[in-house]
Design a protein around this ligand. Structure first.
Ligand SMILES: C[S@@+](CC[C@H](N)C(=O)[O-])C[C@H]1O[C@@H](n2cnc3c(N)ncnc32)[C@H](O)[C@@H]1O
Length: 309
């Protein structure tokens, strides 16, 4: 199978590389290590569900930096063939450079394609399809799952981890309702919190319905997997309410929760007056730096099998 060519001029940063390589960790090396440890945990759960063995072929859909693919190679060794797909040319270029550094380039194929059109991968040709935090950004999730089914051999396994971000949007919607409720006095902090959250998540029912990151639950994904033809489906929802990993104001300002979300720093610069910025920082910064902020992480893990017949 030939690699889809990624031309050098395609390697300009895009929304995906800006986030994965910079904004996810606010370009802070210490926080980048913290994020790396967290995402490695997610990838390991995906791989536990994948049941890889010697000589198999794994497709990592929306591979990004190659997190899942390279951890799979670490587990199985040189007999594993890995196909890394991504819509982002700079991320494929980055992953390829990592493969070279790790001396595993020969067992990797890099394909530039969208998750709902895995062109270049033949029908019933691979043993495992794994994907992490990718379907969340795909408008046509059903089509992507049908593609996963198409490329798997009969008996092949699908292993997925996806964030469930609906509740973030529900929070933004609740803030909107509260600030628009004329029967209650205007609360300055709530108004600013709403402006912040609404810049990162859809805050109306209509916008949620249209947003790929907010218009699905874990049960919807399960039904789509079933509808694509998969069997032996197992889904787990993990909800972790934990102290926030961010205790630096600079990281809090410079990071954002997903690739389509601007950082708080951008939001403050573009949507707040200097007076509002000062008030917001006065109210929010002490809690961030105290380490008492709590975050709720919702992720679903799903494994399934393409039936033998
Ligand atoms: C949040 S990152 C996750 C990257 C990687 N899977 C990981 O676990 O670190 C989302 C990845 O999905 C890719 N992506 C986004 N939309 C896509 C689409 N429609 N088809 C294929 N890949 C997509 C992005 O380029 C990015 O690499």
């Amino acid at each position: 199978m030939a690699d889809n060519v990624v031309e050098k001029h395609d390697l300009e940063p895009d929304v995906w590389s800006e986030w994965l390589l910079h904004r996810r960790h606010a370009d802070d090396p210490a926080y980048a290590q913290v994020v790396q440890a967290v995402v490695e945990g997610y990838a390991d759960r995906v791989l536990e569900g994948a049941q890889l063995a010697d000589g198999m072929t794994l497709v990592d859909v929306g591979a990004g930096e190659g997190l899942v693919a390279f951890r799979a190679i670490d587990r199985i060794g040189p007999s594993l063939r890995v196909i890394l797909t991504d819509v982002s040319a700079p991320m494929l270029g980055y992953a390829e450079s990592v493969a070279v550094q790790r001396n595993v380039r020969a067992q990797c194929t890099f394909l530039r394609c969208t998750a709902d059109n895995l062109k270049g991968i033949a029908d019933a040709s691979v043993d495992v399809v794994a994907t992490r935090a990718v379907l969340a950004y795909v408008a046509d999730k059903r089509a992507a799952l049908v593609e996963c089914f198409r490329i798997l051999k009969p008996g092949g396994r699908l292993s997925i981890a996806e964030p469930i971000l609906q509740d973030e949007a529900l929070y933004a919607r609740a803030l909107r309702r509260r600030v628009e409720d004329q029967s209650q006095p205007v609360d300055r902090l709530l108004t600013l919190l709403h402006r912040w959250k609404a810049a990162q998540f859809p805050d109306t029912e209509e916008a949620c319905a249209k947003s790929p990151i907010a218009n699905y639950s874990e049960r919807d994904l399960l039904n789509m997997v079933r509808g694509a033809g998969f069997a032996q489906i197992h889904l787990q929802l993990h909800i972790d309410v934990v102290p926030s990993l961010i205790t630096s104001w600079e990281v809090f300002l410079g990071s954002s929760p997903h690739p389509w979300a601007p950082s708080l720093k951008q939001i403050l610069a573009e949507r707040f007056t200097p007076d509002e910025r000062q008030f917001f920082e006065q109210m929010v910064r002490p809690t961030v730096e105290s380490g008492k902020n709590v975050t709720t992480d919702r992720a679903m893990y799903l494994q399934a099998q393409r039936p033998f017949s």
